[in-house]
Design a protein around this ligand. Structure first.
Ligand code: GTP
Ligand code: MG
Length: 136
């Protein structure tokens, strides 16, 4: 079995989509093993997004993630890392496939940051690292 870190980002919490997103995860069959609402700090986000430091979207992304609480979730299940990323859809919500979280609930709001509702770890190593950051 495998674990992944999922975040319902501030846009998802603000729009009261946490329940709808968690319902899809549970309906798919993954188990929620830990969950909490978090007011992320800049320090936490600098660790979480260290791979993106220096990219043009980095600062807007961090500012967005500081704009309100996120819901941090640990999921467990066979191949849950790729399974959740499949549920989430591709990064850009405008073109993410309908049927996915980003495709069904997201769009371009005309802002610098891509508000795309959720985060999911992209590898076993990232998942271990990110779970350690959000559930220290
Ligand atoms: P996460 O699950 O959030 O990590 O999404 P991802 O793996 O699909 O995207 P990635 O890790 O490449 O980027 C992290 C976040 O930065 C994305 O979820 C977007 O919010 C934002 N982002 C990524 N690429 C771009 C981009 O080209 N432009 C803008 N404005 N934002 C981006
Ligand atoms: Mg990523």
């Amino acid at each position: 079995t495998e674990r992944t870190l999922v975040l319902v980002k501030p846009d998802g919490v603000e729009r009261q989509l946490t329940g709808a997103i968690l319902a899809r995860i549970e309906a798919k069959g993954y188990r929620i093993v830990d969950l909490k609402q978090v007011d992320a700090t800049r320090e936490l986000l600098e660790q979480h997004y260290e791979e993106h430091v220096g990219k043009p979207f980095y600062e807007p992304l961090v500012e967005f993630m500081l704009s309100g609480p996120s819901v941090a979730v640990v999921l467990e299940g066979n191949r849950v890392i790729e399974g959740f990323r499949s549920l989430a859809g591709t990064t850009d919500p405008t073109t993410a496939a309908p049927g996915t979280i980003r495709g069904d609930f997201g769009r371009d709001w005309g802002e610098k940051v891509q508000k795309n509702l959720v985060h999911g770890s992209d590898s076993v190593a990232s998942a271990e690292r990110e779970i350690g950051i959000w559930f220290a």
